[in-house]
Structures are given as structure tokens and as C-alpha cells.
Design a protein around this ligand. Sequence first.
Ligand code: NAG
Ligand code: NAG
Length: 209
Amino acid sequence: MEMRTTTFFVLFLLSAFTSYLPSSTADVLDMKGNSVLYSSAYYFLIPQNGGGGLGITRTGNETCPLSVIQNSNSSVYGTPVKFRSDPPGFLYVGELDYLNIQLPYDLKCSGATPSDWTALGDDEKEQLYVKIKGYDNTVSGLFQIRSAPGYFLGYNLLFCPSGPRPRKCSYLAVEVDDGENRRLVVSKSDENRLVVKFKKFGERFKASA
Ligand SMILES: *[C@@H]1O[C@H](CO)[C@@H](O)[C@H](O)[C@H]1NC(C)=O
Ligand SMILES: *[C@@H]1O[C@H](CO)[C@@H](O)[C@H](O)[C@H]1NC(C)=O
């Protein structure tokens, strides 16, 4: 009955792989060193500039909080997000995966679901801002996460406009606007790229000494 066991095992492996395709690249790790999961929610904390985590707010004449910003208060975690791989079917978030970033709940006031991150151009400033879906003239694309050199468990976020893969991606950065908002933007240079760390939603924070 050796044969049957082997066959069963192979079938088991195949089914395991088809339901959760292994990522071809390194897993993205959270602040505790655990793999970041597509099924969980995370805060983006910023180790760089003395501010808090990424969140959402109203800017300009928005009546719904559609702008992704960094909280200026360093003790505020911000708004958690979840990830969706494209194509779907992965368990662990991998570096270089093309993914959607979405709020874990839908913003009813936005009129669009799911509440995904997207990019919106500002003609005056020739700048792409990271927004929550709700505008009709957004730039279609996906996001990517890459390990940030020199930062332990730190990562850069990138926006990759639609097109043939591999796509040409640009780093996200934080820029302060006229209203003192720390706006998340698609940067035109590589120099001010934002570094984020992943804090799992619902997990107790233990500051490391
Ligand atoms: C803000 O106002 C401008 C000018 O009236 C309009 O074009 C734009 O769509 C408005 N934005 C929002 C988010 O309502
Ligand atoms: C920052 O956030 C903390 C926690 O919510 C709050 O206690 C504190 O008053 C805030 N500080 C400022 C300057 O708003």
C-alpha cells in the first residue's frame, strides 16, 4: 500500500499548491518577523520622520476621507489596511507581488467598493496623490512592496500603473501640503522614498528595548 500513500501525498501537495500558490519571492515580514498574510489587516507605521502611521482624512473640498496621509501624531497608528494579490490565490504577501491595498471596511461615503487605494492626478502640480477609490478619473494600477535597504523589517511601497508586466513602478513618499497634511504621493524621484513597517491589527504593541 506504499504506492497509494505516495499518490495520496502527491495529490495532497498538488491541492495545497493550487489553493495557495507559493510566492516566487521573499515573504514580506511584519514588525515581529512573522510573514504578512493576505487574510489579516495591518497598520503601516513609519520609522523615519517622527510621525504616526498611515491613515485617511479629508483634504481640499472632500466630503469623504479619501486622502491617504501620515498622521502627524507619533502615537497614532492610523487606519489598518488589507491586501489582495493580483492574480488572487496567495496566502503570504511576497515582495514584488502586484497587489491591491484596501481598507478592511468600505467607506460608504465614497460610493465605490471595495475601498481600494488608488492614485489621482493633480493637474496643477503634476503630482499623483494616493487616494481611496471614489473619484472617476483615477490612474489604474497596482501596488508593490520592496525591502528597504538599511531598515530592519522596513519596506518601501510602490505604485505600478497598468501595463505589461514587469511594470514600471514608482516609490511612494510623504509630502506636506499647504494644509499641513502629510500627503502620500507617488514620487518622481527615488530619494525621499517612504519606509513602512507592518504592525498586525489587533496585536498588542511591545516596544523593543
Ligand atoms: C472640489 O471642487 C472642485 C471645483 O468645484 C471640483 O472640480 C472637484 O470635483 C471637487 N472635489 C471634490 C472631492 O468634491
Ligand atoms: C497623540 O495621540 C495620543 C493618543 O491618541 C493622545 O493621547 C495625544 O494627546 C495626541 N497628541 C497630540 C499632540 O495630539
